[in-house]
Design a binder for this molecule. Structure first.
Ligand code: NAP
Length: 680
């Protein structure tokens, strides 16, 4: 049989295997079907290629262009994922497991693309926070900005999610504007390689944006410097070895680590057998044990339950485990496939033996279990194994030994404080889950355990139908954890993109900052334009362009009319004495919403024109009470422009409403959709 050649993609070329290539076996048949590795890639050339080709090409695009590129790529992969599913069976994954990996990875790319469009500017500088006033008169201000790092991101991934693990790192990296060199784990590199081939075949990425190392990293890490990033996912032991390398330390190379984790789940003291919460807990534990044959960094390893319910839980979970169908992953009805390799199977058995010194195995024997449609000895199969640790306080290995397979340990707790203490003994985890109906229990766990866990997942009968699962990292929420979990933090929307950018505090005059960041900064020039801004198309509006309206006097009749018309008869507008007793008002004052409405009346251009819609206003502040008799004006300044569709973009206006003394009474940002020039 011809072996599948798992190649590398270096400096724009697919590179064949060398003598150092390693055989790779099918997880459930044991058949060697692939070969992965290389005799020595030119890692210096690869880094140069990324930095001189990929980086500049990506940086020539803005965030929105790159977000559109990611969306196109996710769409492309989505339409071609069937082939990946077929290959994924080779990893021992069932179709449901493959969907977590493949659909989950593509879905993550879609979300990061959409976050890029919605939450990052239509430009090339990301603003971190608002403008800081650094001087009394506002002539010297500060702004934190983020720009893409100039090096390459090296992604070293674990074997268990070859597609998700790659895409969840790749999407934020490319969105930031940085090229990547991806190194998948050898045991499942064939699936990552297939996904990379699809990506490259699409022609969507610029040259140099993505390279692949199938096999070892050679001297790649020694070649990295201050503008490079290593983003690692895998075991704590490998992470320690890599991040303590002298060259990475000497060159201050950024190192993001996502490691293994002794995740826990707590059944709240309020949930007893017979309650929907107890059933939900059992279901969640069962699912976490068998999904991906327990080879998930987020899987539940420690099950914390009120002592009095421990036996009931063991029985309920064991019942479910007993009916779990194990076997060839492509076989209809099989719920749990094989582990990735015989070596991994042995590793899990070794670690289960360590757990066995402190806990009793109450379900699952590796020597006696049924396997459907496959040879149990040739494939890397294991049954789910449930342990019970009767003395979790005195035990230590149950809190620090990760058996990366279908293995979990039940521990009884005395009270909630004890449950949190046990959960925290994992030394830092990716996720802690809690099933409770009681908000006070949820609050206590958040306060007592938040510092030790990257994510807290809380579930009960109200959320169970829509909840996403203990073990599912979501692109919107951070994935990572302190201590044992590596101290890293990926995803979390734009947060994950910032790993690949440098934050810089820029200080200067408002005009200079406006020029740098491409949006109007408070205090910068506001040149007044002759034509009404609402008569001008998107393309003709310049950042800073300002329109000042005619004045309008607000009378007592206006205030009373507005009160009657809207029903807002709050005493500050209607009762002179009561208003004067209030510490905020000099006497009766105009409604804030009246000021807004009059402002709109002052600046709106009634005839049909390029302004298509007003989609909202943000950051509204009423700054000074307005007494009847005062004349207001509105000052509209083009603050930011963002392309939205092929025909229109969003214009964000800074609006300031002033009184007769020229002091601001209200300020806000108005959002409008404005048509592009027809012949653009
Ligand atoms: P691993 O043995 O630590 O390997 C992880 C990656 O590091 C692989 O790509 C491996 O490549 C590479 N590697 C190993 N030694 C290296 C070296 N000296 N130089 C450069 N690269 C090196 O972990 P694994 O067995 O693949 O994955 C299982 C572990 O990952 C579990 O402990 C699990 O908890 C953890 N994990 C964590 C997360 C998370 O997000 N926190 C996610 C998934 C998995 P080779 O395969 O070629 O050796």
């Amino acid at each position: 049989m011809t072996l599948l050649q798992v190649q590398s993609f270096a400096a724009g070329e697919w590179v064949g295997l060398g003598r150092a290539a390693r055989p790779v076996a099918d997880a459930s048949t044991g058949e060697v079907f692939a070969s992965c590795g290389h005799d020595g890639l030119d890692f210096g050339l690869m880094r140069d290629f990324a930095v001189t080709r990929g980086g500049p090409a990506l940086r020539a695009m803005g965030f929105h262009d790159r977000a559109r590129m990611l969306k196109a790529l996710a769409t492309w992969l989505n339409e071609r994922r069937e082939g990946l599913y077929r290959l994924s069976y080779r990893t021992g994954a069932t179709l449901a497991d493959s969907k977590i990996d493949i659909d989950g990875g593509i879905g993550t790319m879609f979300v990061i693309a959409s976050k890029g469009r919605r939450e990052m500017p239509d430009g090339d500088i990301y603003l971190d926070g608002g403008t800081e006033m650094l001087s009394r008169r506002g002539t010297f201000v500060g702004q934190h900005v983020c720009t893409p790092l100039r090096g390459v991101a090296v992604h070293i991934n674990a074997f268990n999610f070859p597609v998700w693990g790659m895409l969840e790192k790749l999407a934020p990296t490319l969105l930031a504007g940085m090229p990547a060199i991806v190194k998948p784990a050898t045991d499942s590199a064939y699936l990552a390689e297939a996904a990379v081939r699809l990506i490259l075949d699409s022609g969507i990425l610029p040259e140099g944006a993505l390279q692949l190392v199938s096999g070892g990293t050679g001297d790649l890490l020694d070649r990295l410097g201050a503008q490079d990033v290593v983003s690692f996912t895998g075991s704590a032991a490998t992470a320690l070895k890599l991040k303590s390398s002298t060259s990475l330390l000497e060159n201050a190379v950024r190192f993001v680590a996502e490691q293994d984790s002794l995740n826990a789940t707590i059944l709240g003291p309020d949930a007893a057998p017979g309650s929907p919460e107890f059933d939900l807990f059992v279901k969640e534990v069962h699912r976490e044990m068998i999904a991906k044959a327990g080879q998930k960094c987020t899987a539940i390893r420690r099950i914390l339950i009120p002592e009095i319910h421990a036996q009931a839980l063991i029985e309920a979970v064991s019942d479910r485990l007993a009916s779990t169908r194990i076997g060839a992953p492509e076989r209809e009805g099989v719920q749990m496939g094989a582990l990735i390799s015989q070596a991994q199977r042995q590793d899990v058995l070794d670690r289960a033996a360590i757990l066995g010194r402190e806990a009793e195995r109450v379900f699952g024997s590796p020597d006696a279990f049924d396997v459907e449609g496959a040879d149990a000895t040739r494939g890397a199969f294991l049954p789910p194994m449930l342990f019970h640790c009767a003395e979790p306080d005195r035990a230590s290995r149950v809190h620090d030994t990760e058996a990366f397979g279908p293995v979990a340990t039940v521990m009884g707790y005395r009270d909630l404080g004890h449950a949190c203490e046990l959960a925290n003994r994992g030394g830092g985890s990716l996720v802690l889950s809690l099933v409770t109906q009681d908000a006070q229990v949820a609050r206590s766990v958040t306060l007592e355990s938040g510092a030790w866990h990257g994510r807290i997942y809380i579930n009960n009968r109200a959320s169970m139908k829509e909840s996403t699962g203990h073990g599912s990292p979501l692109p919107h929420m951070v994935h990572g954890g302190p201590g044992r979990a590596g101290g890293g933090e990926e995803l979390g929307g734009v947060r994950g993109v910032l790993h690949y950018m440098q934050r810089t505090a820029v200080q200067g005059s408002p005009d200079l900052l406006t020029g740098i960041v491409g949006q109007w900064v408070e205090g910068a020039a506001r040149p007044e334009t002759d034509t009404h801004p609402f008569t001008r198309v998107y393309d003709d509006l310049q950042i800073g362009d300002t329109h000042v309206t005619e004045p309008r006097t607000v009378t007592m009749e206006d205030i009373e009319h507005f009160a009657e018309f809207t029903g807002d008869r709050f005493y500050a507008h209607m009762d002179e004495d009561a208003a004067a007793r209030n510490p905020f008002f000099p006497g009766r004052v105009a409604h804030g919403y009246l000021i807004l409405s009059f402002a709109a009346g002052l600046f709106v251009e009634p005839s049909e024109g390029p302004v298509l819609a007003n989609t909202g206003l943000e950051n509204l502040r009423f700054l000074k009470p307005l007494s009847p008799g005062a004349a207001i004006r509105a000052h509209l300044t083009v603050k930011r422009k963002t392309r939205r569709t092929d025909t229109y973009g969003e214009v964000r206006w800074n609006v300031e409403v002033t009184d007769g003394e020229g002091e601001a009474v209200a300020a806000y940002e108005l959002l409008t959709m404005v048509a592009y020039r027809a012949d653009r």
